[in-house]
Design a protein around this ligand. Structure first.
Ligand SMILES: [Zn+2]
Length: 322
């Protein structure tokens, strides 16, 4: 039985606006202490801060200032490297619960009714690039997703939700453009703001969850509306720019909000090789509503894509109950 909004079960962390209010690290894994220390040192040496200003606000409306979470204590970094999940079995359970009935586990493999078998853990240790280009299913949980947290620059290469096993997503949503198109339905997008209709998949209730996002976003005060319309699109069968990996837009399970306020790492990357200055103008209030209904945000990635949200319930425990 589904509940309508206002479900108290999903305990989002409170909005954090000052260093003193940062939640203590949980479950810090000693084996990762060195990596955390390196990341923290990077912060101290200047990768920081580039929190965005509130440019682009609509004339006549109060500017919406993105909430940034000061990270001088380094707690954020610890929290992100800490795992946060309950380990392999809990992650397997989260994956099963996220896509009910789609597959089952047989030992080290996810097995789909079509016969598609995908390895859970290939036993390999991977570089950040290899995690993106050749992930097993377990790798999709490599960076814990900081649901409901304040907005702050992710540590180097921390891309929670950006790691996706292509075969898995094709098996979930459709292996061809035609297969996916046959699952699409039109969802009114913030209709009181004239957002039109967006085509998304009905697989796993993505359409219903996006409708709930839309209804709750409409209730935000007017200064937030500029971030929502026009939407830059949902379904689009294509590879991710600069890669041969399929975008989640291909599966009708992602949405881009207004490009006017977006920041995208490729636009800022220069000649590559250096560090990326984090940029964001999307307010936390908008992000939290998407996360409540199972959409992860590209603004929580080191390789940021701040207009992008995609349906990833395996990374947002209990969101399907909302
Ligand atoms: Zn996108």
């Amino acid at each position: 039985m589904r509940r309508k909004c206002r479900a108290p079960a999903l305990a989002f962390a409170p909005t954090v606006t000052s260093a003193s209010a940062i939640a203590p690290a949980r479950g810090f894994a000693v084996s990762r202490a060195f990596a955390a220390a390196v990341g923290f040192a990077a912060v101290l040496t200047g990768l920081w801060p580039l929190a965005a200003s509130a440019q682009g606000s609509q004339p006549g409306s109060a500017p919406v200032r993105p909430v940034t979470e000061p990270v001088t204590s380094g707690f954020n970094i610890f929290r992100r490297l800490a795992g946060g999940s309950g380990g392999a079995e809990a992650n397997k359970a989260a994956l099963l619960a996220a896509y009910p009935g789609a597959f089952r586990f047989e030992g080290n493999h996810a097995v789909f009714p079509s016969g598609t078998r995908i390895v859970w853990d290939d036993g390999r240790t991977k570089s950040p690039d290899q995690l993106l280009t050749d992930p097993d299913l377990e790798d999709m949980f490599h960076y814990p997703y900081p649901a409901g947290a304040g907005i702050s620059p992710p540590g180097r290469d921390q891309d929670p939700g950006r790691i996706r096993n292509d075969t898995f997503f094709r098996a979930l949503y459709g292996a061809s453009e035609g297969d996916v198109r046959s699952t699409l339905v039109a969802v009114p997008w913030v209709p009181s703001l004239g957002g039109g209709r967006l085509m998304v998949t009905r697989r796993f209730g993505v359409d219903r969850q996006l409708s709930r996002v839309s209804a709750e976003l409409e209730r935000l005060p007017p200064q937030f509306h500029t971030f929502l319309v026009p939407s830059a699109g949902t379904f689009n069968w294509r590879a991710i720019a600069g890669t041969n990996r399929m975008s989640v837009h291909s599966f009708g399970a992602a949405i881009d909000i207004n490009t006017r306020h977006t920041n995208y790492w490729r636009w800022d990357a220069g000649n590559g090789g250096g560090t990326l200055p984090y940029k964001n103008k999307i307010p936390l209030e908008v992000v939290k509503i998407f996360e409540k209904y199972c959409f992860v945000w590209g603004g929580r990635w080191y390789h940021y894509d701040t207009m992008h949200f995609e349906y990833r319930p395996e990374l947002l425990p209990d969101c399907r109950r909302n």
